[in-house]
Ligand binder design. Structure first.
Ligand SMILES: [Zn+2]
Length: 202
């Protein structure tokens, strides 16, 4: 499979968890949706672009590089922000998807553009609405541990490596143990890196 946003993946639909995304609530909580602010948003997964965001009134300008099928392109795109008022006072911001102008909380980077889930025809991964590398990689660890016969607390990362179940061939057990080591490493990386962070505010 190619890097994030690399596009081609046969005929199967991409899932939301496989795409980088921006979350308007996360921007809002970070207090960066203010007129005149510029910041760089980064993802710590490998081979991901740096996204420069500048806020002008109720409009964000997104600038980033894409690499689609080996071709690098600099993209500049604007996304409008709209606000709804909550019953209990206060409001919440939304992105207006540049493709269909729907109000959405998240835009996903796919094929070089930030669009909503509908525009990109993305499915939700494992019926979970949020991209959470920590949880996703933890599921990988649990799956392998269960195959090794683990139960209870033994299915979680960093628990002792399960012993070879009676009846399981040594070669299969060794293969699973190898997979488990890799999965736990991936989990550790996701956990320590986190998903996204603000790199600086100009
Ligand atoms: Zn859309």
């Amino acid at each position: 499979m190619g890097g994030y946003g690399s596009g081609y993946r046969g005929n199967s639909r991409r899932t939301t968890g496989e795409c980088l995304s921006i979350d308007v609530n996360r921007f809002n909580r970070a207090n960066v949706l203010q007129d005149g602010i510029g910041f760089v948003w980064g993802w710590k997964a490998p081979r991901t672009p740096k996204l420069t965001v500048t806020v002008s009134g109720d409009e964000l300008t997104l600038e980033y590089d894409t690499h689609i099928r080996g071709v690098k392109e600099s993209v500049k795109e604007t996304v409008a922000i709209s606000h709804t008022i909550c019953n209990y006072g206060g409001g919440r911001p939304w992105f207006k998807c540049p493709g269909c102008f729907s109000r959405v909380g998240k835009l996903y980077l796919h094929d070089g553009a930030f669009r909503c889930r509908e525009c990109h025809n993305l499915t939700y991964q494992s019926c979970q609405a949020t991209h959470d590398p920590t949880r996703e990689t933890m599921e990988g660890v649990k799956r392998i541990r269960r195959k090794m016969g683990a139960e209870g607390d033994m299915i979680y990362p960093n628990a002792p490596t399960p012993c070879r179940p009676t009846g399981m061939h040594t070669s299969k057990y060794n293969r699973l143990r190898q997979q488990l080591m890799q999965a736990e490493q991936t989990y550790q990386d996701a956990f320590t890196n986190g998903a996204e962070r603000i790199l600086g505010i100009s």
